[in-house]
Design a protein around this ligand. Structure first.
Ligand code: ADP
Length: 304
């Protein structure tokens, strides 16, 4: 598994605040990688450091195999770090054409149109960006990050300011970048459900440190529980004790897979009818909450 990003004991301190506190992280090539963490966890500092925008206090990082700021490595990456700003009198098409030429690309009107279409800006392509919503600016920012055809793209909160259909479109775009074009996408997001839907792996950060890393499927499987539709509920709860929690008409039991057959036998022996028993995964939100001790709700965890 080759890594696009490797950091070792990466630290960035602002006085006594350690925005990054000895962060050691390896992000594999391919797929969509999410960086999660409550406000102030160090996500933006990590991205800015990797892009060479700020200098680490200590530690090391390799980006696409090169040291931070390596010109050849930087050419193979694209990024959108915060909601971009553009000259308000320019149209989306003009902005994209201008910035692609600034990157040394030849004028290519078909390519500009193709990327505007890809990010859902075809209809707004010839409108001045002055009237653009935050979500539209984000889309244009993503097109700019991709026009140089990078192998790696870093997106900080790519869906912020978007409505649910916009979020869904962005998710589809991000997945297709990874699945069809083989681009590695690294994103930070506070929308945990979105992250769960779009990312293959995640790193959960807190206070500048890595608290958990792994495949989304592994992280959510580790908290899986057995959901039971049973009757009568009271007898079943008697068997389960404090391992069972009532959720509507069902009982959710915190048991391991190996314990399930004995549990179901015990229920049957107590005269309980089991109409359904299935495994449900923990969602990323509950993993996040337990790892960061955060009491924020998913929607209030914002990276800015
Ligand atoms: P996140 O993106 O996860 O919300 P940040 O990387 O923005 O977190 O911030 C991490 C910590 O570093 C916070 O405590 C923040 O206040 C601090 N920090 C970030 N940038 C600066 C700066 N330029 N000067 C001082 N403190 C900073």
């Amino acid at each position: 598994m080759t890594a696009v990003i490797e950091t070792r004991a990466l630290t960035k301190s602002y006085g006594s605040v350690h925005a990054l506190d000895g962060l050691t992280l390896s992000i594999p090539r391919g797929g969509v990688y999410g960086v999660l963490g409550p406000n102030g966890a160090g996500k933006s500092t990590l991205f800015r450091t990797l892009l060479g925008l700020i200098r680490p206090t200590s530690g090391e990082a390799l980006v696409m195999g090169g040291k931070i700021g390596d010109v050849a490595a930087s050419r193979r990456m694209g990024s959108m770090i915060e909601t971009p700003r553009f000259p308000p009198y320019m149209t989306a098409r003009q902005v994209l054409t201008w910035l692609s030429q600034a990157h040394g690309l030849k004028a290519d009107t078909a390519k500009v149109s193709r990327w505007l279409e890809r990010v859902g800006l075809t209809e707004a392509a010839d409108r001045k960006v002055r009237g653009f919503s935050v979500g539209m600016l984000q889309r244009l920012g993503v097109a700019i990050a991709l026009i140089t055809e990078p192998e790696l793209v870093i997106l900080d909160e790519p869906t912020s300011g978007m409505d649910p259909p916009g979020i869904q479109e962005m998710r589809a775009l991000i997945r297709s970048l990874a699945d069809r074009e083989g681009i590695t996408v690294i994103l930070a997001s506070h929308q945990l459900l979105e992250v769960q839907r779009v990312c293959d792996r995640v790193a959960i950060m807190n206070k500048g440190r890595l608290v958990r890393e792994g495949a989304v499927s592994e992280l959510t499987a580790s908290g899986e529980r057995l959901r039971l539709n049973v009757s009568p509920l009271a007898s079943a709860m008697g068997v389960l004790g404090d391992r069972g929690v009532l959720e509507g008409e069902a009982i959710v039991a915190a048991v391991k897979r190996g314990e399930a057959p004995a549990l179901i036998r015990a229920l049957v022996e107590k005269g309980v009818d089991v109409t359904e028993a299935r495994w449900v995964g923990a969602d990323l939100e509950s993993v996040f909450m337990s790892e960061t001790g955060s009491i924020q709700t998913a929607e209030s965890i914002h990276a800015d």
